[in-house]
Design a protein around this ligand. Sequence first.
Ligand SMILES: Cc1cc2nc3c(=O)[nH]c(=O)nc-3n(C[C@H](O)[C@H](O)[C@H](O)COP(=O)(O)O)c2cc1C
Length: 132
Amino acid sequence: MYFYLLYFAVASKEFTEADFEELLEQARSRNAFLDITGKLLHCEGTFIQLLEGNKAAVKEVYESIVKDQRLIAIKTMATGHAEERYYSNWSMDFKEVSLAELNKLENCAHEDVAAYIKNASAVKLLKLLAKA
Ligand SMILES: Cc1cc2nc3c(=O)[nH]c(=O)nc-3n(C[C@H](O)[C@H](O)[C@H](O)COP(=O)(O)O)c2cc1C
């Protein structure tokens, strides 16, 4: 059994390519050490992330993320247990999508990504993570 946690958050500043590289390097090495897997999606300053692994390890990392100055308005969307990991091959898969790509994936015409994500259900966000 694995514990999972899904959240979304808004970036407190604009991320550059170098910022993403630094973030992923740090996240992947800590996740590998703690046997955490998952996926991170970024669209127009909003992040959606699924963390999965041992419950204590996921909570430990999430506590760090909640305190991270690079994020504001973080909200837990879902937690639970699952038999299998969705992203067993990834210490943290990462995808960046533009607003146009997100609208294509969702077959919609959202103008405000943060508002859309804030109002979406956890199931919808999980599906979006998988599709992106
Ligand atoms: C959007 C976002 C996603 C992150 N994801 C992870 C992650 O999956 N694993 C991780 O160890 N750190 C992740 N971090 C970094 C943590 O917030 C934190 O900086 C890092 O784990 C070091 O923790 P510490 O400051 O408590 O030592 C993420 C940060 C951001 C902004």
